[in-house]
Design a protein around this ligand. Structure first.
Ligand SMILES: Cc1cc2nc3c(=O)[nH]c(=O)nc-3n(C[C@H](O)[C@H](O)[C@H](O)COP(=O)(O)OP(=O)(O)OC[C@H]3O[C@@H](n4cnc5c(N)ncnc54)[C@H](O)[C@@H]3O)c2cc1C
Length: 384
């Protein structure tokens, strides 16, 4: 449900050109320095890329889901780190407030998230609670007008850069499951909040994760998202439903880029006196990749349109995330294969993408967790 095709096409063309002319040429620099250059960040802020999904009344572009996934696919023709720095503001770092925040919370935080003046981050995972996120143990104890938060969060994307965290913590100490969890907006400069050193990761250089530690951090009671205790896990799951669909778009865009590079290489590289693209075994790898990318793109667009039409898409979002994350792994593997030895060498984009895309089968719910979400949804529907 694209609202205004003409203005959206201008945005998509602008992003596509930005990716081609400004981001792809800087990929190696990002990989070498492990940072997004400041001038690129400034351009991203100017283009509104931090506020794609934030409603227009709060200064964002208010994209529909269909528009959002199309922009993500275009952005991910460049190194995923470029999308990652804007990804939390458009996704898990803002959507809790967009979906369930009180009017005051929206007014206070969304305009600055939309401009990129604030970087938002989403803190659910803990050292002892990953796939079983509902068992989290970070606690939030009510004291007068405040809650006092204690605990530690792990692998939090953009934590080193973040000014604002959406933190899931247990407000009902009698519970062990998701029912006793509330979501809080916590500002970075709150006394007692510290960020661990950046994690040393397999890939995604330029995108950072770290532990976030809470040692008697006092948070005003008005910062409980939605103003009610016990709703935090529901908020987190709604945020993740949307985020999974977006990650599927990210996977699709990255796979398109890898295949473009592989096709170009296959046409240029000659062996046995002809381009390797002429060999049918190489053609099979190109064709299988093209087919799977087409399937992922179609699934993502279909689910995005269903969400825009107001339908619940928990199962479809999990299907998209599962298929696209596994698909981009296969495409990256074939991309390396088509490049031969060159694909194993640093400085070759497919070598970097091969490591970067491995993440997508792990975060925002592993592939196994997507399978469980899909199957449980099917069983629930069969019982009803
Ligand atoms: C780079 C990166 C960025 C991240 N960013 C964030 C972030 O911004 N915010 C945040 O909160 N978290 C973030 N995470 C955490 C991420 O969401 C978790 O790593 C992920 O959910 C898996 O949890 P885990 O690592 O504890 O693995 P585990 O849950 O320990 O899983 C280990 C293995 O067991 C399997 N498994 C677990 N339970 C089951 C089951 N019931 N059935 C079958 N198999 C199962 C898993 O699929 C996996 O293969 C990030 C992680 C990474 C690596």
């Amino acid at each position: 449900m694209i609202r205004d095709a003409e203005s959206f096409n201008i945005l998509l063309d602008t992003v596509t050109r930005f990716v081609r002319e400004r981001l792809i040429p800087r990929e190696e620099e990002v990989a070498a320095t492990d940072a997004i250059p400041e001038d690129v960040l400034a351009e991203m802020r100017k283009m509104g890329l931090f506020g794609l999904t934030i409603p227009e009344e709060y200064g964002g572009l208010g994209l529909t889901m269909e528009e959002e996934v199309l922009v993500s696919m275009a952005m991910c023709h460049a190194s995923p780190a470029f999308r990652s720095i804007t990804g939390t503001n458009n996704g898990i770092g803002s959507q809790g407030i967009v979906m369930d925040g009180t009017p005051e919370q929206k007014k206070r935080y969304l305009p600055r998230l939309a401009t990129g003046g604030l970087i938002g981050s989403f803190a659910l995972t803990e050292p002892g609670a990953g796939s079983d996120a509902g068992s989290l143990t970070t606690s939030a104890r009510r004291e007068g007008d405040c809650y006092v938060i204690n605990g530690a969060k792990r692998y939090i994307t953009n934590a080193p850069e973040a000014h604002l965290f959406t933190v899931m913590a247990r407000t009902d100490p009698k519970t062990r499951d998701a029912s006793g969890v509330s979501a809080f907006i916590v500002e970075r400069d709150s006394p007692g909040l510290t960020i661990g050193p950046p994690d040393r990761k397999m890939g995604q250089r330029g995108s950072h994760t770290a532990d976030v530690i809470f040692d008697n951090v006092r948070v005003p009671a008005k910062n409980v998202i939605g103003g009610r205790e016990g709703m935090g896990f529901k908020t987190a799951m709604k945020v993740l439903d949307k985020a999974r669909l977006n990650i599927a778009a990210v996977c699709t865009g990255a796979a398109e880029r890898i295949l473009e590079d592989a096709l170009r290489y296959a046409i240029e590289r000659e062996q046995f006196g002809e381009p390797i693209a002429q060999f049918q075994l190489v053609q099979a790898m190109l064709a299988d990749s093209r087919t799977e990318i087409y399937a992922a793109r179609s699934m993502v667009l279909d689910a995005a349109r269903a969400r825009d039409a107001g339908r619940s898409i928990s199962i479809e979002a999990a299907c998209c995330k599962l298929f696209a994350a596994e698909m981009v792994g296969r495409v990256a593997d074939r991309g390396v294969q088509i490049h031969g030895g060159a694909g194993y060498m640093q400085g070759c984009a497919v070598e970097r993408f091969y490591r970067d895309v491995r993440l997508f089968r792990l975060f925002e719910g592993t592939s196994q967790i997507q399978q469980l979400v899909i199957a449980r949804g099917m069983l629930r529907a069969a019982r009803d």
